[in-house]
Design a protein around this ligand. Sequence first.
Ligand SMILES: NC(=O)N[C@@H](CC(=O)O)C(=O)O
Ligand SMILES: [Zn+2]
Ligand SMILES: [Zn+2]
Length: 346
Amino acid sequence: MTQSLTIRRPDDWHLHLRDGAMLAAVLPETARHFARAIVMPNLVPPVVTGAQAAAYRERILAALPEGMTFEPLMTLYLTEDTDPDDLATAHASGLITSVKLYPAGATTNSASGVKDFDKVRPVLERMAEIGCPLCVHGEVTDREIDIFDREAVFIDRVLDPIRRTMPGLRVIMEHITTKDGADYVAANPEGLGATITVQHLMFDRNDMLVGGMRPHYYCLPILKRRQHREALVAAATSGDARYFLGTDSAPHPTHAKEAECCAAGCFTAPIALSCLAHVFEQAGALDKLEGFTSLNGPAFFGLPINADTITLSKLDPLTIPKTLPVADHTVTVFDPGFPLHWRVTG
Ligand SMILES: NC(=O)N[C@@H](CC(=O)O)C(=O)O
Ligand SMILES: [Zn+2]
Ligand SMILES: [Zn+2]
């Protein structure tokens, strides 16, 4: 039985670092294990311009503790007013790696997102031209569409039409949560990739809702039924290079999660790799972990793989701190509810 595994250092292709005291608290949890991360721009106010992305990047690097290295890969938050020239300049200089599409109202801090997809068509055309990939939160927001169907409907009504008319646009379907999402990637080999989170590989909606409601498992897109989780595990462990890790680690203050109206997001960064090793071992696919965490993402984005490695070891149950202090409050760490034996040891 494998007790130790050495893999290229992983990257996180979908991460929320927030700002201020929260940024300072959560950044080391990612930088400890990951070399790079695509940093989501859904701050308040959002990171819309190249100048805002440059300033945010500086704040992230300033928050990095002495002795740690980490490369934030910046994204711009796409709005109906995004200036294509500003975007192209930020991309050409290497300041931004991608642009993020939030349908307005789909998720945390998405109010400035896109309402009318036709309005962003010129920007998307420019992105296709300059080779800037689009990261997508793929859910429709129409009230009549059930929350459990919003991803599948988005693929049919929004994503597929965009991709048909703009075949040159490279798209990352962020945090896919359904078999429909995994199948759409599998059926469309050109210019399409998908990230998958830790929680969607581990849990389904029953884990969140049966026997009481667990707010720390509530995220968007919401956990789906078991068959969808199984399809995601099959995709992640298949060795297909179009699926890669995006933890979507999304910290919220504990009081905002344990609230009358719970904020969406799971803070998984501290234990993401322990959870993933568990999932891949359960699937009999530990040999595919490195591709998912460390090779497939760089290949999609055309970036070099990391030169150094990490070692995961299977040891006594890991002790996970329940919370992380943040100024005058805390963030609750994602807890799978059973012992994890894998940990990063080197
Ligand atoms: N995933 C989440 O549930 N929440 C994210 C937003 C997002 O990625 O949709 C957040 O910013 O909190
Ligand atoms: Zn999202
Ligand atoms: Zn996210």
